[in-house]
Design a binder for this molecule. Structure first.
Ligand code: SF4
Ligand code: SF4
Length: 296
């Protein structure tokens, strides 16, 4: 992704040790996730609630679910033995913003003990707009928003329902509300100087051609990086799309879309779709070395 030469110093300072935001950093700095946020407020057709949020992770993965106190204990243990640890992310297994009470408690406990660790969260964006002030106050300077569409007509084929404002919404209304909230959250974050990465799950025949328009609109609203993730359709793990089976893109189709997007927001090409309890360098997962029963 970004290099030192092209960035203002304040932005470079936030990017240089974040393995997801800097291609160079991903060789030297480690991130970890703690799976403290199980609740989610929307239904994506590609999600099976038994597993981690597929907006940031591979499907079919079940993370160790922790309370904020357990999560913080795990972060301290990892920090003591992984010196390259620079980022703590909360990416589910549900939605970090909808499950804000647990997300906030975890970050607060960790920040008190490890003031230099960078805080990062991942969300579908529905609950994001009202949290922007708190996110900034807590020094969370990296947020990932999964944005799969900017047109509710496309969205209604991806999201059967959302839960918002104390009720369930379906059909085009659900996607219209989700879209408006995603754009509002993105604009508020970038206006406050938070670096925002947009993840889009590429779903052949549903939003593949539409991703060019997604890229245009998120770039216009200040997204720092755009990460196109292939849908990984895995019927064995119950992650087929909605009721009908839906294939994921081939490597060639994915590369073709990425090539069309060069020139908009910078593309991230080193994403590893890591689990909600991943530990280590990108592409490496030491999570099993740090399960709660091993921390003692
Ligand atoms: Fe599943 Fe994540 Fe979508 Fe929620 S936002 S339905 S956890 S994929
Ligand atoms: Fe943050 Fe996503 Fe990287 Fe985790 S994988 S550290 S949530 S950008």
């Amino acid at each position: 992704a970004a290099g030192a030469a092209s960035l203002p110093p304040d932005v470079w300072a936030k990017v240089k040790d974040h393995p997801c935001y800097s291609e160079e950093a991903h060789h030297y700095f480690a991130r970890m996730h703690v799976a403290v946020a199980p609740a989610c407020n929307i239904q994506c057709n590609y999600c099976n609630r038994k597993f981690d949020c597929a907006n940031e992770s591979r499907p079919g993965v079940v993370s160790e679910r922790l309370t904020p106190e357990e999560g913080a204990r795990k972060v301290l243990a990892v920090a003591a033995s992984v010196p390259q640890l620079s980022v703590l992310g909360i990416a589910g297994p549900g939605d970090a913003c909808y499950d804000w009470v647990r997300t906030r408690a975890t970050f607060a406990l960790v920040a008190r003990r490890l003031p230099d660790i960078r805080l990062c969260l991942s969300t579908n964006g529905l609950a994001l707009p009202e949290l922007v002030d708190e996110i900034v106050d807590m020094n969370i300077d990296h947020v990932t928003v999964t944005i799969n569409m900017v047109d509710p007509e496309v969205g209604e084929r991806i999201y059967p329902w959302i839960y918002h404002d104390h009720r369930r919404w379906t059909g085009r209304d659900a996607s219209r509300i989700l879209h408006e909230r995603q754009m509002e959250g993105l604009e508020r974050l970038t206006a406050r100087g938070v670096l925002v990465k947009v993840n889009s799950v590429m779903i052949p025949g549903i939003n593949d051609a539409h991703l060019v328009e997604v890229n245009r609109q998120v770039t216009a609203r200040g997204a720092f990086l755009h990460n196109i993730m292939p849908l990984i359709s895995d019927p064995a793990h119950g992650t087929a799309f909605g009721l009908a089976g839906q294939r994921g893109p081939t490597a060639r189709e994915l590369a073709a879309v990425q090539d069309r997007l060069e020139g908009g927001a910078k593309l991230m090409r080193h994403c590893r779709q890591c689990r909600a309890d991943a530990v280590g360098l990108l592409g490496e997962d030491r999570g099993q070395d740090f399960t709660l029963d091993r921390l003692g």
